[in-house]
Design a protein around this ligand. Structure first.
Ligand code: SF4
Length: 719
């Protein structure tokens, strides 16, 4: 009989979610069942805490709603009617249907659709790329998040990790720009709080008073989409008042004279009209930021979500070099420290298997692609969804639903739960959770590599994504070594272990400890650009971007490794401000009809659409709400708690109004992540958002959306 210690074990794991924190977790297992999931207190960044989303992760794992067996549809699409089948039948059906489609239309009639439902290096963004590249399917361009920021950042600074998030404790002036740290990057907060306790000033720039903005010394509300104008205005003051670090600019930047001329067109009074920020505040912010060193800017992913998003990041990324903030530990900019991890992307994606000229389809265009509004030759005849829930997270929701309803599109969804997308599948495949799978985890919020070891056996017949693609490869007759490797062999192949950043880090060490800090210096010493060393073509911070000569681009990481970029749209080499797509200045008629700008930030309780179905998180989040400024509410007879309809020409959804001066007049806020199937009218905020691209990296334009708010008809009828 096994002893108590043999029956009970603690397994080292890491949170799988699309969140910068990648928390180290300790999973207690008794008799093969996970009974407790908590943070690892020894992890220097995540320090033992898990957020409200994950601190009862075992409830997600053992939820009675989990999908545990393959299913085939037995009722109309969307009805949620399925019957259990075996893996053999599921794979055989997929092989048969895909073979028919390929014979009749070619392999590009098959569209893979995925993102970061799981973030692991093995099971995450790129897990299916090699398979679909081998199959010859349409290449899926996945620019959900940070694609525009990355393009802009690469053009200005290069693929640099930027500032160590732990070094924020040494900062004296911190700007969180479009970043709600407490809700979406929680474990960074103690480092900011430490700096604050030592006297640092915390400034939050955000259209509404987030949980983080409440803790700031100075919250600066800004109109959505006006951030580039603010950055240009700050540079106008810094240069105009000679607060520039001339030595740093002289030695480590390019294009200062052109930048100076460009920003001369953005005096504070003019920027005040665009941003809604008083001119004197713009001057004060510029002076403080330039003179209180070390200063740091942390940009959040929301900064790119409007027509001018890419150039906004370009402008913000010029600021630290202009004032020499990079010189000191605790100064500079933080975008994605992910670039410190030496991942061999090509081993994950196998771009060498892409046939020249293979079609690329951007994921924003899913609705028009499925409905046929966007003519495609061949048309999409099969959709394979994993790590994503497009019915909720993609704009033009109604078109996506119409497309998912089509009987002539064979849809397969691999999922943990019957999501709003999975309800429309022909075949549903059960996916493991993080406790049931092996993975190697990078982070886009700190500098620690983590190993997630499986704590329990897969529940039911669920399989990890790595195993899913092994099975699909076998089914389709692919016999390359790519699909013969164990997960651990894949982990070894996924990283450049000879890279200095991994010196001293081994799989054995990761198995024993769970995580290891990359060898990039310590938070007390790390100042990556104290002496320039930018990773741009010139080796300098490029105010005038030489890469702009090649036109707009999307990193291959976001497009299954494909380097072909069809558009080649010209790009202004200098940071610039461009009006939003939807505004009074660009479309007065639209703005008269829909005078409110909606933004849809991540919810505190959900992780995109994950957890939007689970009772604990739903209880925490409450019913879908929309924040409305008192002036806007009064003008519409909307009171606190009124059921309201939010609408534009693309669609509508209903929510409960929260009337609050936390949001500026003219702006309404509706958090993302609620499920259609659990909503009042079968629609959520992405029913309203457009599928237009931002200026760089084909980023989304969620925040570039005009709407109107009115009392819901159901409430009027009830009166
Ligand atoms: S979602 Fe983020 S903060 Fe929450 S446990 Fe996971 S990594 Fe940590």
């Amino acid at each position: 009989m096994a002893s108590a210690s043999e029956r009970r074990k603690v397994v080292r794991a890491a949170c799988p979610h699309d969140c910068p924190d990648t928390c180290a977790m300790l999973v207690t297992v008794e008799d093969g069942r996970a009974v407790d999931v908590r943070g690892d207190p020894e992890h220097p960044f995540t320090r033992g805490g898990l957020c409200v989303k994950v601190n009862n992760y075992e409830q997600r794992v053992y939820s009675p709603e989990r999908l545990l067996y393959p299913l085939k549809r037995s009722g109309p699409k969307g009805s949620g009617q399925f019957e259990r089948i075996g893996w053999h039948e599921a794979m055989d059906t997929i092989r048969r249907r895909w073979t028919e489609i390929i014979d009749q239309f070619g392999a590009t009639a098959i569209l893979p659709y995925s993102y970061l439902g799981t973030e692991g290096i093995l099971n995450g963004l790129n897990v299916g790329d090699a398979f679909f590249n081998k199959l010859g399917a349409t290449i899926s361009e996945r620019t959900f998040c940070d694609s525009g920021s990355c393009t802009a950042y690469f053009m200005t600074i290069g693929p640099s990790p930027g500032m160590d998030p732990e070094s924020f404790k040494h900062s004296k002036y911190i700007i969180l720009w479009a970043c709600n740290t407490i809700s979406t990057n929680l474990h960074h907060w103690p480092f900011i709080a430490e700096a604050k306790n030592k006297g640092a000033k915390l400034v939050v720039i955000d259209p509404f008073k987030t949980r983080t903005a409440r803790e700031a010394d100075w919250h600066i509300p800004i109109r959505p989409g006006a951030d580039a104008a603010l950055a240009l205005g700050l540079m106008n003051v810094i240069i105009g008042e000679d607060l520039v670090d001339h030595d740093y600019v002289q030695n480590y930047t390019t294009g200062f004279d052109e930048l100076k001329e460009r920003v001369s067109a953005y005096p504070p009074e003019m920027v005040a009209k665009i941003t809604g920020i008083p001119a004197q505040d713009i001057r004060t912010l510029a002076r403080e930021y330039a003179t209180i060193q070390p200063s740091v800017i942390r940009i959040g992913v929301a900064i790119e979500r409007h027509a001018n998003g890419g150039q906004t990041v370009r402008a913000a990324a010029c600021l630290p070099a202009l004032v020499g903030a990079w010189r000191r530990v605790g100064g500079g900019m933080l975008q994605l420290p992910i670039w410190a991890f030496p991942v061999k992307w090509e081993n994950l994606m196998r771009p060498d298997w892409i046939k020249p000229g293979t079609r690329v389809l951007n994921q924003w265009r899913l609705g028009p692609a499925l409905t046929g509004e966007e003519p495609l030759d061949p048309p999409i005849k099969s959709l394979f969804v994993y790590n994503s829930n497009p019915a909720i997270v993609v704009p033009e929701q109604e078109k996506i639903i119409q497309g998912l309803k089509r009987e002539d599109i064979f849809t397969v969804v691999s999922e943990q739960f019957l999501t709003d997308t999975a309800r429309y599948a022909d075949i549903v495949l059960p996916a493991t959770t993080q406790l049931e799978q092996f993975d190697l985890m990078f982070s886009w919020g700190h500098l620690y590599l983590s190993l997630n070891q499986p704590a329990i056996a897969p529940l039911g017949e669920s399989v990890s994504n790595t195993e899913l693609f092994r099975r699909l490869a076998r089914t389709m007759g692919f016999d390359e070594r790519q699909w013969q490797r164990s997960d651990e062999e894949m982990a070894v192949d996924a990283l450049d272990w000879a890279n200095p950043a991994l010196q001293g880090i081994t799989m054995d060490l990761l198995k024993e400890k769970g995580w290891a800090r990359l060898n990039v210096g310590t938070p007390e010493t790390y100042a990556p650009h104290a002496n320039g060393n930018f990773l741009t073509p010139s080796g300098k911070c490029e105010f005038k971007a030489s890469m702009a000569a090649g036109g707009n681009f999307v990193l291959p990481l976001f497009r299954q490794g494909s380097n072909e970029f069809q558009a080649g749209e010209p790009v202004d080499p200098l940071p610039t401000y461009v009006l939003p797509n939807e505004s009074l200045a660009t479309n007065a008629r639209l703005a008269a009809k829909y005078p409110l700008n909606i933004i849809s930030p991540k919810s505190h309780a959900f992780l995109n659409s994950s957890y939007g179905n689970l009772p604990g998180q739903l209880h925490h989040a409450g019913e879908q709400f929309v924040l409305v400024n008192p002036k806007d509410a009064l003008a519409r007879n909307v009171g606190e708690g009124s059921p309201v309809r939010i609408f534009n020409d693309r669609g509508s959804f209903e929510a409960i109004a929260k009337v609050s001066s936390d949001v500026m007049p003219g702006v309404v806020v509706a958090p993302l992540g609620y499920w259609r199937s659990l909503s009042r009218t079968g629609a959520t905020v992405n029913a309203l958002n457009p599928s237009a691209f931002a200026d760089l990296g084909r980023a989304p334009t969620f925040s570039d959306t005009l709407v109107e708010v009115a009392i819901a008809e159901s409430a009027i009828a009830a009166e």
